[in-house]
Design a protein around this ligand. Structure first.
Ligand SMILES: [Zn+2]
Length: 211
């Protein structure tokens, strides 16, 4: 199958992965290693929101969809990358109105995609309520972002605007190599059931570029 150029927009998940500042870092425990053991085998210990992951409505709503209940159509298909890298601090509705939003799946590329990810950056780019409400009004059903959260200090006000509407959130994307245009998105979260978040591999396929 001639797919086009593939851009991996996932974060590396290892013991150095920057996670929410109050979470333990991921631990990849080498339970067995060759030659002392017949195989290499590793236990994975990390939170449901470590690295690139999806947020399910269950994160904030006990009767909301859990990760496994999110329809895969939400995570695959045409998407639009908006270049917001000119914004230093907070994305507002006015910033978004400079762009024409015509897809239900929208990924926001900010300066966060250029963060070196050495430590949690408490001043990462965020969005305000006006921006969130504008995205809802535009009919966005899947929203990708390039940091752990759209808001600071563990607040969930912006999350509530999206998750109360059942909008699917993909966090911790790495969009440095993506341009402002349309791509085909494939984001497949692990099928962990009954919980609030799940690690995912996310890629963009540039259908204009066939190698
Ligand atoms: Zn999350």
């Amino acid at each position: 199958m001639d797919l086009g150029r593939i851009i991996d927009i996932s974060m590396e998940l290892n013991e150095k992965t920057v996670v929410w500042k109050e979470d333990d870092p991921p631990k990849l425990e080498p339970v067995a290693r060759i030659p002392d053991a017949p195989v290499n085998f590793t236990w994975l210990h990390f939170g449901s929101h470590a690295g690139t992951h999806i947020d399910a409505p269950f994160y904030l709503y006990k009767d909301g969809w859990t990760t496994d209940q999110i329809p895969l159509e939400r995570l695959m298909g045409r998407c639009q990358v908006l270049d917001l890298t000119g914004i230093e601090d907070t994305i507002t509705a006015a910033d978004l109105k400079d762009h024409e939003i015509n897809r239900e799946k929208v990924l926001l590329k900010t300066k966060n995609s250029y963060d070196l990810l050495i430590a949690y950056n408490p001043r990462h780019v965020v969005m305000d309520e006006s921006a969130a409400r504008y995205l809802v009004e535009q009919g966005v059903t899947t929203l990708g972002y390039d940091y752990q959260s759209f808001e600071r200090e563990g607040r969930n006000d912006i999350h509530r605007i999206f998750l109360s509407k059942g909008i699917t959130i993909i966090d911790n994307l790495r969009l440095k190599d993506a341009e402002q245009k349309e791509y085909h998105l494939i984001c497949l979260p692990l099928k962990v059931t009954g919980i609030d978040g799940a690690p995912a591999r996310a890629i963009l396929i540039d259908e204009e570029e066939h190698g």
